[in-house]
Design a protein. Structure first.
Length: 116
């Protein structure tokens, strides 16, 4: 269960970090401005759709941190790959086939995609 006050504080922390007002944050995430206002005031609880929009728009926001405060914000560099994984060479060719992209799925429902 989400603690509304703690969730609100974490959401405000994201907005401060990104230097966005509530209305600009709403526009960037793709929700109505009144939705942000209602969540920040404690009138409404965030929907799963809202949470997914936030974590999709802001890749440095970990869903576990946003929901229950575990982990860190912004995400540790260890969890954000900044280069192509070295397991496979994107230029390698097998049977005339070249790798175009690699997608890594995480247990929290997020993913990273690497394209050539």
């Amino acid at each position: 269960m989400i603690n509304s006050d703690e969730f609100t504080n974490r959401l405000k922390k994201v907005m401060e970090y990104e230097q966005l007002s509530a209305s600009t944050f709403a526009d960037k995430v793709g929700v109505q401005r009144s939705s942000i206002s209602h969540i920040l005031s404690g009138r409404n609880k965030p929907s799963l759709d809202f949470i997914l929009k936030v974590t999709t728009e802001f890749s440095n926001v970990d869903i576990k941190w946003l929901l229950n405060g575990t982990g860190s914000f912004p995400k540790n560099e260890e969890t954000n790959f900044t280069s192509t994984p070295s397991l496979l060479n994107m230029n390698s060719e097998t049977d005339g086939k070249k790798i175009q992209r690699i997608v890594v799925f995480y247990s929290d429902g997020t993913f990273d995609e690497y394209k050539k």
